[in-house]
Design a protein around this ligand. Structure first.
Ligand code: C2G
Length: 129
């Protein structure tokens, strides 16, 4: 089966993430989503509102997602691609060009982000309520 993989934090899971998964699910038979752990995010200086276990639970509830794995470090992508026999690596285009080095292992594409929504914007909105 044509396998697609994507990586992210998915804090405050929102429609931008859903629309990415929906498009990715249409590009293959299986979609694997790698969700960053709280420890990995701490290393990026990223504080998430939603704990890892809850972010994973929300991802698993999404009908476009077939499997969720943990993203624990920057370097695991190559290993993941080989271990899961991945045909396509995809990210939103804020990452355009950043993972082209994976092209020896699988196809690499970057899809347009969904406009007018982001975890950062949601956090700002909530603070104003
Ligand atoms: N995204 C999107 N549209 C939005 C917001 C996000 O398409 N409005 C996409 C991003 O481009 C990314 C994915 O959703 O591909 C997850 O976004 P984040 O949770 O912000 O993930 P990020 O912090 O970019 O972590 O190793 C890669 C990292 O784990 C990516």
């Amino acid at each position: 089966p044509r396998t697609v993989i994507t990586y992210g934090t998915y804090d405050l899971f929102h429609v931008g993430h859903v629309r990415l998964f929906e498009r990715l699910a249409a590009l293959g038979d299986r979609l694997i989503v790698a969700c960053s752990t709280d420890e990995f995010n701490a290393g990026k200086g990223k504080v998430t509102a939603v704990p890892f276990a809850d972010r994973v639970e929300m991802l698993r509830s999404c009908r476009f997602v077939d499997e969720v794995i943990a993203e624990e470090n920057w370097a695991q992508k190559r290993t993941d691609i080989v271990a899961h026999d991945v045909d396509l690596f995809a990210m939103g285009d804020d990452w355009a060009g950043k993972f082209d080095d994976l092209r020896d292992l699988c196809d690499v594409i970057y899809l347009p982000r969904t406009q007018n929504i982001s975890t950062t914007e949601l956090k700002a909105l909530i603070q104003q309520m």
